[in-house]
Design a protein around this ligand. Structure first.
Ligand code: GN1
Ligand code: MG
Length: 345
């Protein structure tokens, strides 16, 4: 926890949600880079139950209430379709709301803690890859009958690759911190891939409701494998293309190395994992995907890898304004890793 941050009064905040009893313990879960998250324990009589209490980062999400309206819609829709299955559901706040806005404008929400589940930063088993991809496909499938127009676009143009491409060109033109010379070869390669930037967004594909952060770590796997995985982190749920989710899943989960790898030799796409992810995704998404979407599946991970390379390189050329970085040149390294990955696809 940053030392200059005032600790929020967790038990008081929790008391404003409809929980079975008072908070008897709480701890911060420091894994997320964006939101502030606490696990809280509530007692009612002799039983205890855990919950997640979370405040939304209003720098990344300047309109946190719109994020919450999206989550409310989506969890409500999925919950109504599938009432018996454990999934992300908001705990209501006192006074009829589904979240809480404090006087300092911070927005808080509460979820039951999913006991008996685990999550992974990396997946090496094709079987687990299949299950994760099937869960993301199932998530899209359950939302395929909800009108995307009912959701807010909380980050405009989030996967509009041509917009990122234009921003990269502008950053290279301006070159405010004189970094273009050292990134010439990377820029040239990206320019040679321009055709990929319009491939998905100009294909006339249907607008759907998408998750937009399909990292493997956003799935909770019940330790009982007969139970279905749970998709979490719905902050970026908004209208989008199905192939963004599939592409980002394969880009991230089938890579043999992490985005921050410093040895380019270690980075490539693992074909076995990519195949398992594709099979898993199609096992739940095939029924609603159009032939045009299916035809573009093989290109989607390439487009998203290129897009992320463009985003990292732009941030590098601008001196680091968006992605948290640990050393000078970190975002250049990250951009190169995505380009290496792209070349192996
Ligand atoms: C950001 O914050 P995190 O790690 O969930 C970014 C994603 C990128 C990812 C790359 C809102 O996600 O689009 O794929 O970094 N999220 C946002 O590591 O920009
Ligand atoms: Mg996220």
């Amino acid at each position: 926890m940053a030392s200059n941050r005032t600790a929020p009064p967790i038990p008081d905040i929790a008391a404003r949600f409809i929980l079975p009893g008072p908070v008897v313990a709480f701890e911060e879960i420091p894994t997320g880079l964006i939101n502030t998250t606490y696990a809280i324990t509530c007692r009612s009589g002799s039983s205890e139950k855990r919950y997640i209490l979370q405040s939304i980062n209003s720098t990344v999400f300047p309109e946190p209430e719109k994020v919450m309206e999206n989550i409310f819609q989506v969890t409500g829709h999925i919950g109504a379709r599938d009432p018996g299955t454990e999934q992300l559901q908001l705990v209501p706040a006192q006074g009829g709301h589904s979240w809480l806005t404090l006087r300092d404008q911070t927005v808080w929400r509460c979820y039951p803690y999913h006991e008996g589940t685990e999550s992974f930063m990396k997946i090496d088993s094709p079987d687990l890859a299949f299950r994760a991809a099937a869960a993301f496909g199932n998530f899209q499938a359950k939302l395929s009958d909800l009108d995307p127009a009912t959701l807010h676009e909380t980050i405009p143009n989030f996967h509009h690759t041509p917009t990122y491409f234009a921003k990269l060109l502008a950053a290279a033109e301006k070159d405010p911190v004189s970094r273009v010379a050292n990134a010439r070869a990377d820029l040239d390669f990206i320019l040679s891939q321009k055709h990929l930037t319009t491939l998905l967004v100009d294909a006339g594909l249907p607008l759907r409701i998408t998750h937009n952060d399909t990292k493997i770590s956003n799935i909770l796997f019940p330790t009982d494998p007969s139970l279905p995985p749970i998709v979490i982190d719905l902050d970026t749920v908004m209208p989008g293309l199905a192939l963004f989710d599939y592409g980002d899943l394969v880009r991230s989960a089938a890579s043999t190395a992490d985005e921050n790898e410093t040895d380019p030799e270690k980075i490539r796409q693992d074909p076995e994992l990519a195949a398992a992810l594709t099979e898993g995704y199609l096992s739940t998404a095939s029924a609603f995907l159009t032939p045009a979407e299916k035809a573009l599946l093989p290109s989607a991970p390439k487009v998203i890898a290129l897009e992320l390379a463009i985003r990292f390189l732009t941030d590098h050329l601008l001196g680091g304004v968006y992605f948290r970085s640990d050393y000078e040149g970190h975002n250049l390294m990250r951009a190169r890793n995505q380009l290496t990955l792209l070349k192996s696809m």
